[in-house]
Design a protein around this ligand. Structure first.
Ligand code: ATP
Ligand code: MG
Length: 339
C-alpha cells in the first residue's frame, strides 16, 4: 500500500543495548554456569535484565532496523543445554508468580503476540505457558473477522476475551491486525462496513490513538498489557516455509496464502515499525524479540512476562489472626474425628 511506502531493512545490532545471552553475563565464562543454584529472586532479577534489552518502552523514534532478528551473540549448539535450563527455570518462576497472581485476584496480565507467519508464535505460547496452571490462563486467537464481528467496532471482539482478575490472557494476534494486515491490504478496510466519511488519511493515526487510550484504560483498571513482536527475518521465514512443505507433519501449517503475504514483506515491516513507534509506552511496552532462534525467543518471552508480573507487587492474601485461630479449631476437630 502506497501510504506505507517501501523500504529495505538492513539489520544491525543495536549497540546501545546490552547483548547478554540467556540470563548470562558473558557467554564464554558463564556457559558452564548451573542456573538451578540461583534463588527465585535472583532468577527474576536476571530475567528482568535480560528482557529489558528487547523492551521498547516509549516508542518515540523507534526504528526496526535497530533490532536484529538474530540474537547477539548468536548462541551456538554448545549453548543448547544452558538455554534449555534457562527456559525451564524461567517457566517455573513464571508459574510461581502466576500462582500468587491467581490467589491475590486483583491484577491481570494481557500478553499480545504479533508476528509474520512462521515466526514461532504458537510454539512460544505453548512452551512459555507450559508450566502455568491452565485455570489461571486463557489463550484467544484472532483470525479474519466474522460477519458478526464486522458489525461492531474493531475492539469489540477482543474485549470479550480480556483476562479476568488474577488471570493471564494471551492474544494470538489481536486488535493490532487493524493497523497491520488491514493497512497492508486496503481492500480489507473497504470491507469493514465503516461509514465512508470516517475513512480518511488519518485513520491509522486515529487507530493508534484509540489503541493507546484503550490500553491506558485497561492499565488504570488493573490489567497490565505487554506486546510481543517476534522479529523473524525474511530469510528465516523462507527456510521455515520450505520446511513446512517438505515435512508432511507440518503441511497443515502452510498455505499458498502465507506465501502471498510474504510478497508484502516491506509493507508489513513499515506497518510494524509505525505501529510500535506509536503504541509502545512505558506502561504497555512492545518487546521486539529476536525470533530467528526459537529457543532464544522463548526465553526472551518468558523473561518479559516475568518482568511484567514482578511489577505487580504480588503477594498471597494475608489471613487474619481470627481466621488462623478458626483454621486451628478446624484442624483440631478433624484430628479428633473418630476413625
Ligand atoms: P497463524 O498464522 O497465526 O498461525 P493460522 O494460520 O492458524 O494462524 P489463519 O487462518 O492464517 O490462522 O488466520 C490468521 C489470519 O487472519 C492472518 O492472516 C491475519 O492477518 C488474519 N486476520 C486477523 N485479524 C484480522 C482482521 N482484523 N482483519 C483481517 N484479517 C485478519
Ligand atoms: Mg496463518
Amino acid at each position: 500500500m502506497g501510504a506505507i511506502g517501501q523500504g529495505q531493512y538492513a539489520y544491525r545490532v543495536n549497540n546501545n543495548k546490552p547483548k547478554n545471552l540467556i540470563m548470562m553475563q558473558e557467554k564464554s565464562k558463564k556457559r558452564e554456569e548451573d542456573l538451578s543454584k540461583l534463588s527465585k529472586k535472583d532468577l527474576i532479577k536476571r530475567a528482568k535484565k535480560f528482557s529489558k534489552q528487547y523492551c521498547v518502552g516509549d516508542g518515540e523514534g523507534f526504528r526496526l532496523k535497530d533490532y536484529n532478528p538474530k540474537p547477539q551473540p548468536d548462541p551456538g549448539p554448545e549453548d543448547k543445554p544452558l538455554s534449555k535450563q534457562a527456559l525451564q527455570l524461567g517457566v517455573q518462576a513464571l508459574a510461581a508468580l502466576q500462582d500468587i497472581l491467581y490467589a491475590q485476584d486483583k491484577w491481570s496480565l494481557l500478553v499480545i503476540f504479533q508476528a509474520m507467519d512462521a515466526a514461532g508464535k504458537d510454539g512460544a505460547i505453548k512452551h512459555v505457558m507450559s508450566g502455568v496452571n491452565p485455570q489461571g490462563c486463557q489463550v484467544s486467537s484472532f483470525k479474519a473477522p466474522s460477519p458478526e464481528e464486522l458489525d461492531h467496532d474493531f475492539l469489540w471482539r477482543c474485549q470479550k476475551h480480556l483476562p479476568e482478575r488474577g488471570r493471564i490472557g494471551i492474544f494470538n494476534r489481536s486488535y493490532y491486525e487493524e493497523v497491520l494486515v488491514v493497512r497492508v491490504h486496503e481492500k480489507i478496510l473497504q470491507s469493514q462496513k465503516l461509514p465512508e466519511k470516517l475513512i480518511t488519511k488519518d485513520i491509522w493515526k486515529e487507530r493508534f490513538k484509540d489503541i493507546r487510550n484503550f490500553e491506558k484504560y485497561l492499565h488504570r483498571n488493573g490489567t497490565i498489557v505487554i506486546k510481543i513482536f517476534l522479529n523473524v527475518s525474511r530469510d528465516e521465514q523462507k527456510k521455515r516455509f520450505i520446511e513446512r512443505v517438505d515435512d508432511p507433519d507440518k503441511n497443515w501449517k502452510f498455505s499458498a496464502a502465507d506465501s502471498r503475504e510474504r510478497g508484502y514483506w516491506d509493507d508489513y515491516m513499515n506497518a510494524y515499525e509505525e505501529m510500535i513507534e506509536n503504541t509502545s509506552t512505558e506502561e504497555s511496552p512492545w518487546y521486539v524479540v529476536p525470533a530467528d532462534d526459537k529457543s532464544y525467543a522463548r526465553i526472551a518471552v518468558a523473561s518479559a512476562i516475568i518482568h511484567a508480573l514482578d511489577q505487580m507487587d504480588l503477594e498471597y492474601p494475608k489471613v487474619s489472626a481470627e481466621k488462623i485461630a478458626e483454621l486451628q479449631e478446624v484442624k483440631k476437630a478433624l484430628l479428633a474425628e473418630e476413625k
